[in-house]
Design a protein around this ligand. Sequence first.
Ligand SMILES: [Mg+2]
Length: 231
Amino acid sequence: MADIELILFDIDGTLLWPKGVGRESTRRAMLEIFGTDAGLDGHTFGGKTDWFTLHELLSERGYTEDRIGQMMPVYEQAIARHLTAIIGDFSVQPCPGALSLVAELRRRGLLLGVLTGNVSTTAPVKLRAAGFDPAWFPVGAYGSEAADRNLLPFLALERARRQLRRSVMPEQVIVVGDTPADVACARALGAVAVAVLTGFSTREALVAAAPDHLLDDLTQFAEALLPAERE
Ligand SMILES: [Mg+2]
């Protein structure tokens, strides 16, 4: 395995369990900004960017993908405000092994990032609620930056290069997520794909997506992916 330089984590179902707070804050923000929460109850979020979700739910009402993009700054403000107001009422939790893995990766000096469908304003609120300091993830690519999730790893890689002030190759990047869309995202970049079974996909769906590593949860990450340290 090439020396890994950057590890990009999905948030929901990978680092933490949002316990419904994403759907409820989305509902409140949609009602405020678009006047409807059309179709949200039956909506599957897993692996989608929030931009994609909004377009999917609102396209019948005439909202193009570009129009959603134009409204994104005001939407981001609204959803962050709603999320912050209600998140204390939801028992947001870190996924098994997530906090200790992040601590171990930081101890090893690896650059960490989030690669998430959440918009840029809500990701840090969710992270904090689950016990993560957003500053532990200096690189970020968010669901407010593109409707197509597969564009996000390229943004993250560019930001990592700027942080590190050197070249980082796609094969030196690990993308960790809980859905086939996360695996596709890793493949789009040419990164190592790690899938975890703690989230919003079935084992069958993740096996079919053929990640490089399929883990029950993040407690298995270090043994599967980190080189043993010499004394
Ligand atoms: Mg996820």
